[in-house]
Write a protein that binds this ligand. Structure first.
Ligand code: PLP
Length: 384
């Protein structure tokens, strides 16, 4: 039976989990105010970097006594800068439920060789965060971008704790509520929920994290790019826009444009609502079709940004080849780009639902997923 293709296509087929879709209002001419060819140490450059920090604080509701720094090497740079600078003072607990968290485990266990307890969960599951020892330094990822599993809230983390909590929130910031009193270090990158560009990371430090930086010197050497203290005191300038090395003023401008857009859709609440609405459209599709499921087993931990899906139809003999073929059909039709599961994750699809994605685009894409699935099932049965 010839399958009929849906009548309409999404206006924007970009559903990549990073770099993510630009804000719907984006165009290159929006960057015309960029301080190009100017020094980032001149007033114009410093003002823009400071504005990026203060707008971030305002929209995310970061407490006034937390420091916010723009650092090199995107989220990876921010997380590694934090781990290399802060860990080692006490035992660590390394928590992972997908590949990015697993990367931080490798850093700590194999590179830093710190005394650490490692707690992991399979893709789709989450670690029991209430069972951890918070007198150790706990490193975890708020939203597992490659498994679509997130922390439901921060209730498991005691407000009064001996260790630091170091949280990679790259695919959560601007889409999920982050309980600042439970978090000592929060990192993210501009290329995710706000659809910014890569290369720069955000490093947010609680007063307790700063206290650790000023009272503890790691046993290992720290490259200049990681150094946040001088003579035992925090280099405050880093947290006012005096970056350690040269940032891209074009990328900074792009972030300012994204922050402006974020404000125009209602700030954090507006962004969270947009992501929830988007994820709901995909979840409803899974409810309505018995051949596809959310990879996250517990509805409370389902991500509203990186929604990961698996095919469950018994006729599928090779899940990886099947998912790849469906993805290829969607790409070839120009209706969904970059929706393959992450290379280390179980076979399936991953559909970005952060706030820069329009719900109408997801709604226009999902009938195509239905079409691609049935077309591939037909192709498979004809080949058999
Ligand atoms: C949870 C998480 N951590 C870290 C990273 C790495 O981010 P970046 O490439 O911006 O350093 C990503 C990127 O997808 C991520 O999703």
């Amino acid at each position: 039976m010839a399958l009929t293709k849906p009548a309409s296509r999404p206006a924007n087929p970009r559903f990549s989990s990073g770099p993510c879709a630009k804000p719907p209002v984006f165009s290159l001419d929006k960057l015309s105010d960029a301080a190009l060819g100017r020094s980032h140490r001149a007033a114009i450059g410093k003002d823009k970097l400071k504005a990026a920090i203060e707008e971030t604080r305002d929209i995310l509701g970061v407490p006034a006594d937390y420091r916010i720094g723009i650092v090199p090497a995107s989220d990876t740079g921010a997380v590694e800068m934090a781990m290399w600078s802060l860990l080692g003072a006490r035992k660590a607990t390394m928590v992972a439920w997908e590949s990015f968290g697993a990367g931080w485990v490798t850093d700590v266990v194999k590179q830093l060789k710190i005394d650490a307890e490692v707690k992991t969960a399979e893709y789709g599951e989450i670690v029991d965060m209430a069972a951890l020892d918070y007198d150790t330094d706990v490193v975890f990822t708020w939203n597992g971008t490659t498994s679509g599993v997130r922390m439901p809230n921060g209730d498991a983390i005691p407000a009064d704790r001996g260790g630091l909590t170091i949280c990679d929130a790259t695919s959560a910031a601007f889409a999920q509520d982050l309980p600042w009193d439970k978090l000592d270090v929060v990192t993210f990158s501009w290329q995710k929920v706000l659809g910014g560009e890569a290369a720069h990371g955000m490093l947010i430090l609680s007063p307790r994290a700063v206290e650790r930086l000023e009272s503890y010197t790691p046993a290992w050497p720290l490259p200049k790019i990681f150094r946040m203290t001088k003579g035992g005191k925090l280099i405050e300038g880093i947290f006012k826009g005096e970056t350690i090395n040269t940032p891209s003023m074009l990328v900074v401008e792009d972030y300012l444009v994204a922050l402006d857009w974020a404000r125009s859709v209602g700030g954090l609440k507006g962004l969270m609502d947009r992501a929830d609405r988007n994820a709901n459209a995909v979840w409803a599709f899974c409810e309505a079709n018995d051949w596809i499921e959310n990879l996250a087993t517990d509805p409370a931990t389902r991500s509203n940004t990186s929604v990961c899906l698996k095919f469950t139809d018994a006729r599928i003999s090779d899940p990886a080849a099947f998912a790849k073929a469906v993805q290829k059909r969607l790409e070839a039709e120009g209706v969904a780009l970059d929706v393959g599961a992450y290379r280390d994750a179980p076979a399936g699809l991953r559909i970005w639902c952060g706030g820069t994605v329009e719900t109408s685009d997801l709604e226009a894409m999902l009938p195509w997923l239905d079409w691609a699935f049935h077309a591939e099932i037909d192709a498979q049965s004809q080949a058999a």
